[in-house]
Design a protein around this ligand. Structure first.
Ligand code: GLU
Length: 309
């Protein structure tokens, strides 16, 4: 475990400098055109601890598109609203399919495999759009509260770009609606989902916003209950089995932490009872995970012996 914070600062610096040409091995997501404009050489990493430390290096204060990392926060809100009945509409199994695959959803009659593939996140977006008078505002204010920063914003460029290129997500949502598993109107579901994906935050903010998952549901900075202890365990279980797209098994095998990545190049990893790592570098591998982000998180986890298994 991490004993000496100044030692960790040096380690992060040297890990980052070892990655300076590695980003060239990946490619920035371009199926959402606005994401393709982010400079590929940017990279940052932050480690926040439940006892109040934050250690960071590189472009750790540059905001980036959180994309699928937002699925964690949407899930927390939906679990808080729906309780156990949520699990009648979405399952908790790994999908073994790409994150935006549609094939399995038809076989399985419109019930998504888990809440962190796109179908599952759209189902969660439906829950939020149906239960809040303004789910987008509720989501944004939840993020601002967790990050303790009222300036957190939605990137309208990314939002418009997702909307204009969102046919596959629309297809997933309409297919679920055809099975009766979506309540709200599809444009409202998509609008909520693209809004939460388009929020921009930096490594420091994301690491701190997720401390409650390392601390049994309680935000250690102010002792607020963000979700129940049982739900924090359940979310970490889902992140362990499904959070890293179709590379989740390999990630559990080689790193061993609950984690979630997004196509904006961010990865967050929860260190139970200790803290959260957030790494960011835009170029992705073939699974959709940041190449440098994976190296940084596995470097930290292996160096410090953090695997939970
Ligand atoms: N907004 C992205 C999409 O729906 C999120 C994907 C991701 O980060 O995994 O395709």
């Amino acid at each position: 475990m991490i004993k000496d914070i100044s030692d960790l600062t040096l380690k992060l610096k040297s890990m980052l400098s070892s990655q300076h040409s590695v980003y060239l091995k990946g490619s920035v997501a371009d199926y959402i055109p606005a994401l393709a404009t982010v400079p590929p050489q940017l990279m940052g990493v932050s480690v926040a601890t439940i006892d109040g430390h934050i250690v960071s290096s590189g472009d750790d204060q540059v905001p980036f598109s959180i994309q699928s990392i937002s699925k964690i926060f949407g899930l927390v809100m939906a679990m808080n609203r729906m309780g156990d009945s949520l699990w009648q509409r979405v399952r908790m199994e790994p999908s073994g399919q790409p994150f935006n695959s549609i094939i399995q959803l038809e076989w399985e009659k419109g019930i998504p495999r888990n809440p962190v593939i796109n179908a599952g996140a759209l189902l969660v977006a439906d829950v939020l759009a149906s239960h809040y008078s303004s789910s987008k505002l509720a989501f944004l204010s939840f993020m601002r509260q967790l990050a303790n920063d009222e300036s957190i914003q939605i990137d309208q460029n990314v939002y418009q770009s997702e909307l204009a290129h969102g046919n596959r997500n629309a297809a997933l949502a309409y297919l679920m609606k055809s099975f009766g598993n979506i309540e709200a109107e599809i444009p409202d579901v998509l609008s909520h989902y693209f809004t939460q994906c388009s929020i921009t935050m930096n490594c420091q903010q994301l690491a701190q916003s997720l401390l409650f998952l390392a601390n049994k549901g309680i935000d250690p900075r102010n002792n607020k209950v963000i979700c129940t202890r049982q739900d924090s365990h359940r979310i970490n279980a889902i992140l362990s089995t499904s959070g890293m797209y179709d590379q989740s098994g390999e990630f559990a095998f080689s790193v061993g932490l609950p984690a979630k990545s997004g196509v904006g190049g961010g990865i967050v990893a929860i260190i139970p009872n200790y803290g959260v790592i957030c790494a960011w570098s835009p170029p992705l591998n073939k699974f959709g995970n940041s190449v440098v982000g994976m190296n940084l998180i596995s470097g930290i986890a292996n160096e410090l012996g953090l695997s939970i298994y």
